[in-house]
Design a protein around this ligand. Structure first.
Ligand code: AMP
Ligand code: MG
Length: 412
């Protein structure tokens, strides 16, 4: 596959599966066609200066993250198999190579449209559009209506995906337009991260010098990327039509985010002040650098309105948190739900386990020594992140200061 893309704001006219091969499509057990893609196969016609290979480190990182996201309920490509290798390849240093077999509903990215548009290849662009309409959006309407429907769906699925990232605390790290799937599946896991101590300005990717893809910027970046996709349709739809479709992004994202946050808080009804309740909490979490996942899990454990000692203990500034907790309990009392029932639902919404960077790094270091036991243990909890897994409770422990110095970059 060849595509283009806006990388960190600048346009690259030619990218592509420089180290990947699209092998074909298979039907899954629900009769859906799934693309199979092997990453790290060696140089392809689009490898440019690259060796076409992938290191074991990045292959394991993509495997773990895509499975973790899928089981957290976030739309994502999947990892089907990992092949390790005796071969050594060179990045900052010598490292073992590997290949990852990936499954995705599509590998078509925003950048595919940009590739033809900027070369003024109108015929090829139209062929791509018609293929997508037929294969992925199955619209029977007129061409213009089908394009509108397709773009509306892309806006909607992208908004839902990013809302979900913000709710679980996932940072993609490289939100270039060539890493954005037209079906809103999280695609291309590189220097990503899962939020630990809450920090909305957090940048997982060490190579992102301008903090372009910082956690708090992801929704705006997704809209920026959609804008660039929509430019490619400027010959097909009027500016007014394009702006109308794009304007759906923000309400759609906010709606989904609100629904996800309500579920995290154990609230069934929608109240106008719920987002404020949530953002007031984030201010406290950020001030005290409290682990995002563990806080939600502890909140979920509340048996009733008086069961709060374990939560208060998490905060140094107890007064502020107690004030927040009082407003939360008051809000809960507006609904006639039963604490024990809501507790069970919250425990199925707020995971105990996320993929912490230091855990991935431990797995990688063991695998580089041919030891996959840590991999097996970690994938087991990531595949059922809402379960307790008493014997693996250590995998829910936040990063300590020493582990924090470990960084991830684009090198893969
Ligand atoms: P990524 O950063 O993985 O999204 O890749 C960006 C672009 O660089 C894509 O076109 C990749 O196929 C290409 N690429 C990344 N790594 C390699 C490599 N080792 N060899 C060839 N092409 C690569
Ligand atoms: Mg990519």
């Amino acid at each position: 596959m060849v595509y283009a893309g806006h990388q960190f704001g600048g346009f690259s006219p030619q990218l592509g599966d420089g180290r990947g091969l699209l092998l074909g499509e298979v039907k899954d057990n629900k009769n859906n066609l799934i693309d199979l893609h092997m990453k790290g196969v060696g140089p392809t016609p689009y490898a440019r200066q690259g060796d076409g290979r992938a290191v074991l480190r990045s292959s394991i990182r993509e495997y773990l993250a895509s499975e973790a996201m899928y089981h957290l309920g976030v739309a994502s490509t999947r990892a089907l198999a990992l092949f390790d290798s005796e071969e050594i390849i060179y990045r900052e240093g010598a490292e073992p190579a590997a290949m990852l077999l990936r499954g995705a509903c599509t590998h078509i990215r925003f950048g595919h449209f940009e590739y033809f548009f900027y070369q003024k290849k109108t015929k090829e662009l139209d062929e791509l559009i018609d293929y997508c309409i037929k294969r992925h959006f199955r619209s029977m309407a007129s061409r213009t209506q089908s394009i509108i429907k397709m773009l509306e769906k892309i806006v909607e699925s992208t908004a839902k995906m990013v809302a979900h990232w913000q709710a679980v605390g996932f940072q993609h790290g490289v939100m270039n337009t060539d890493n954005m799937s037209i079906l809103g599946e999280t695609l291309d896991y590189g220097p990503y991260g899962f939020m630990e101590a809450y920090d909305q300005k957090w940048v997982a990717n060490e190579s992102d010098y301008n903090a372009r893809y910082a956690f708090e910027k992801q929704p705006a970046v997704a809209l920026w990327n959609l804008n660039h996709l929509f430019v490619c349709f400027s010959k097909h739809l009027s500016k007014t039509q394009l702006i109308e479709i794009l304007s759906r992004f923000e309400p759609c994202l906010i709606n989904h985010f609100q629904a996800l946050i309500s579920a995290k808080l154990g609230l069934k009804e929608k109240h106008k002040d719920d987002l404020t309740l949530f953002s007031n909490l984030l201010v406290l979490l950020e001030k005290e650098k409290i682990d995002y996942t563990n806080f939600w899990r502890n909140l979920s454990q509340m048996q009733d309105a008086d069961d709060k000692a374990h939560l208060i203990l998490m905060f140094a500034n107890r007064l502020d948190f107690e004030a927040w907790l009082a407003s939360y309990i008051k809000r809960r009392s507006l609904e006639d739900s039963i604490w024990s029932q809501v507790r069970l639902e919250m425990l199925q919404t707020n995971p105990k386990y996320i993929l912490r960077n230091y855990l991935a790094q431990r797995v990688i270091e063991a695998a580089e020594n041919k030891d996959y036991r840590a991999f097996e243990a970690l994938i087991k909890v990531l595949e059922a992140p809402f379960e307790e897994h008493e014997d693996c409770a250590h995998l829910a422990i936040p990063t300590n200061t020493e582990q924090k110095s470990f960084c991830v970059s684009c090198s893969s």
